[in-house]
Each structure stands twice: as C-alpha cells, then as structure tokens.
Ligand binder design. Structure first.
Ligand SMILES: [Zn+2]
Length: 433
C-alpha cells in the first residue's frame, strides 16, 4: 500500500508509520576512491501496526540486515523496504542494523541536490533538505528527530567533525576513528560529517566554541570571525540560552556557494573569510539557525520561513548591534526592494521551486519586523524567547507560531500573519507602536 508523502515538497522521502528514536552510525570512509562502508543501528517505534519498515537510502548498496527477521527486502529509487516476518504492533520498539556500502554522492531532488559530497581534498555533508539518505539509512523527514552516535574512521592525516560532543578519538596505524554523540533530538538533514586537513582551535565565548580549518587560513579566519563571540552573546541575550552543548565552525579550503547549517555546527567556504557585510551577515545567519531551524524545526518544508525568515532577521539584529544600519533601516530597505519586484509570493506556502528563494528570507524577516513594530520590542523579544523555550527539541508549524504570538502579544496577530504569510501582495510595514 502506498502511504501519503511525508512532505509534499520532498516527495519520496520519509515515512509517518514509525519513528526512529536513535541512530548509531558507524562509517568507514576511504578518501582516495570515495568508498564508504557503513553500519547503521536504528532504534525504531511503530506508530501503527506494521509489517514493513520503509527507509531512505540513496546510491548505496545494502549488504545485510540484522536485528529483525525479514521475509525479504527491496531497494528501489532510494527506498529500502524491509518486510518483517513478525509484524510490529503500534507502540512497539525494535532495533534494526543495516550494513551498506558504495560510493556516496548527493541526492537529487526538485528543491536541490544535497548530501555527501567530495571536496578537492576531503568531504562535506550538507543535507538540507533531502541529502541524509546519501550516507545513512534513515526515516528522512524533519519531524522525526532522534539522538545520534556517529563514528567515522578515516585516514589519520584528516580531521573528522560530526555533530555533538566528541567522545572518542582512537588512532590505529594510519587510520583514526572518531566518535561524536548528539544527545539533543536532531532532524535527519542536520546530521553531518566533515572531513578535511583541518586544525582545530578553541575560541573564548559564552558557549564552548571551536573552529576547524586549514592551518594556512588561520589569520584570515581570526579577522573574519572576530565578532562571532559577540554574536553568540547577542543571540543568547535575545533568543535565550544557546540550545546545544557547543558550537563549531568548519571552514573548507574550497569556496562554497553558500554556507551551511548543521546541528551544533556550521560550514563556511574559504571565500567567506572577509569582513564584508555579506560574510558577516552569513556568519550571524548560520549561528541563528541553531535556535531557529535546529532546536526549533519545521514539520514540513512549506513552513521554511520559520527557519529562514528568523535567521535573516537575526542578520539585521546583528547589523544594528555592530553599529551598522538598524534592523528598522534594513527592513525598510528590503521592503523597498521586494515592492519593486512586485511579485506575489505566499510566504507560508511558497511552493517547492521557491523554498530557498531570497524573497522567502526577506519577507519572513519583514513579517517578524511587522510584529515587532506592532507589539513593541519587549513583547516581541519575549515572544522569540518563549518560542524557543516551548518548542526546543521539537517541530513546529506556522499555526504553532500564531498560537503562541496570540498568547504573548496584546495586539491582533492574525491580521498580520494573514497579510504577510498567507496572502500574496506585499503589505505596508506598520508604524512603530
Ligand atoms: Zn538559512
């Protein structure tokens, strides 16, 4: 029986019939020929009575499945279907171990390619939105958050970074095994592995902060990222406590079109090692995703403004804090640009082609500014902190945001959301209360 799509913007990914509670991933990777051997142990819980489990795994070949007894398994179009000998009852848990191997490469979806990718000399994994199955079997929907243990073995002259706390680093001959644990719930697309000839150093900040980068880039990094501790300080003040155990940045020797967020870390190309506003705003943007996107994650891609609008607004907040144009000036500038475009875009349902369109980012940020202008600073920032506090570790929709905003703000919220999020024409910015 065909089950409904978990996310209409990302057809062919994810399944609502069960949850993965924990992933234990053990990956051995050869850089010289891009060969990955993996063993993934998933703790799952059935949401309904189940006689099969459908997982996502692209381009890699399944060698063996243990833990549950199977009648058979099939693997087609990135969908791994395990037909169980003994059905699982709703609420029942099971552990399944999948051994797999092959040459990983990005997954192609309508919204973009994502996943495990070779660099000039190393690996980057950037899985938003559909790239997780490029390197591990998973239930690839953002509203199935799980805890992770990620173990990676690679040549010893490379540094391996993954999500969470590094709990082990064991060198055996020419290869080193690295283990990381993410104990906060994490969406599949935010799981990552970064491999490079990086050196690591710690930076003094209000939360544990480390950077991994090519040693030759260190000077440029120190200059470009000098304000990052101040950004952390500002955001913890405005949004509430940093939601994870620490924050890492990885800078690749390669240039990257855009920086990328993962849970507890962000990845930047060497082209962003500048003091230009475009670099600075993106450093702030990726950091803000730790609150908006990673701790508080959308249920489906249609609500992407809950990530990108908030992260974009954080850029404007940093602009003001760092002595640049105020958030209000940035808002008016971008309102003018959007108005000139004269395009209609329904922010709360932009369509799969426009998920990562710049208008979603800017109009999302403007929506927040409209709320702020209407409700006043104090109530507005209280709302942002309450949003993270209530939904941290979970998944959200626009309706959840409206519900909380109505609870927290003493102004009519619905007309603002209807005009900015649910209709096409660009509304005027309200006058400051
Ligand atoms: Zn973003």
């Amino acid at each position: 029986m065909r089950r409904p799509e978990a996310d209409p913007y990302l057809p062919g990914h994810g399944d609502h019939s069960y949850e993965v509670l924990h992933y234990d991933l053990d990956v051995d990777y050869a850089l010289d020929n891009n060969h990955l051997t993996g063993r993934a142990t998933l703790t799952v819980r059935a949401n309904i009575d189940l006689d099969d489990l459908t997982l996502d795994l692209h381009h890699l070949k399944v060698v063996k499945v243990t833990g549950v007894r199977l009648k058979r398994h099939t693997h087609r179009s990135g969908r791994l279907r395990l037909v169980l000998q003994q059905p699982l009852a709703a609420g029942e848990e099971a552990t399944v171990t999948i051994t797999y191997r092959g040459a990983p490469k990005p997954v192609k979806d309508k919204v973009g390619d994502a996943g495990w990718e070779e660099l000039e000399d190393g690996v980057i994994v950037a899985s938003q939105p559909g790239g997780a199955p490029s390197w591990y079997p998973c239930n690839d929907r953002p509203d199935n958050k799980a805890t992770y243990r990620i173990t990676v073995t690679a040549a010893s002259d490379y540094l391996v970074v993954a999500n969470g706390v590094r709990t082990e680093q064991r060198r055996r001959a020419s290869r080193t095994t690295w283990t990381y644990e993410m104990t906060d719930p994490m969406a599949t697309y935010l799981a990552t592995v970064q491999i490079g000839r990086y050196a690591e150093h710690e930076i003094r900040a209000v939360v544990p902060l480390t950077a991994a980068l090519p040693p030759a880039r260190r000077r440029a990094f120190d200059i470009a990222f000098a304000d990052q501790p101040a950004m952390l300080e500002l955001f913890t003040r405005l949004f509430g406590p940093y939601p994870f155990s620490g924050y890492r940045v990885v800078v690749t020797d390669d240039e990257l079109e855009i920086p990328l967020e993962a849970q507890g870390l962000s990845i930047f190309g060497s082209n962003l090692l500048t003091r230009d506003w475009d670099s600075q705003r993106l450093i702030a943007h990726e950091l803000a995703h730790q609150w908006f996107g990673n701790a508080v994650t959308l249920r489906t891609l249609r609500d992407i403004w809950l990530h990108e609008g908030f992260a974009c607004y954080s850029e404007w907040l940093w602009s003001e804090e760092s002595g640049g144009p105020t958030a209000d000036q940035r808002a008016h500038e971008h309102w003018g640009r959007l108005a000139e475009l004269g395009q209609r875009l329904v922010l709360g349902d932009p369509g799969p082609d426009d998920v990562f369109d710049d208008r979603v980012y800017k109009r999302g940020a403007l929506t927040l500014h409209a709320l702020r202008l209407t409700a006043g600073d104090e109530a507005f920032f209280d709302l942002l902190r309450a949003w993270v506090d209530r939904h941290r570790g979970g998944n959200v929709t626009t309706d959840d945001f409206v519900e909380l905003a109505e609870e927290r703000l003493d102004v009519p919220v619905r007309p603002i959301i209807d005009a900015w999020v649910r209709s096409g024409p660009l509304p005027p910015l309200p006058v400051r209360r």
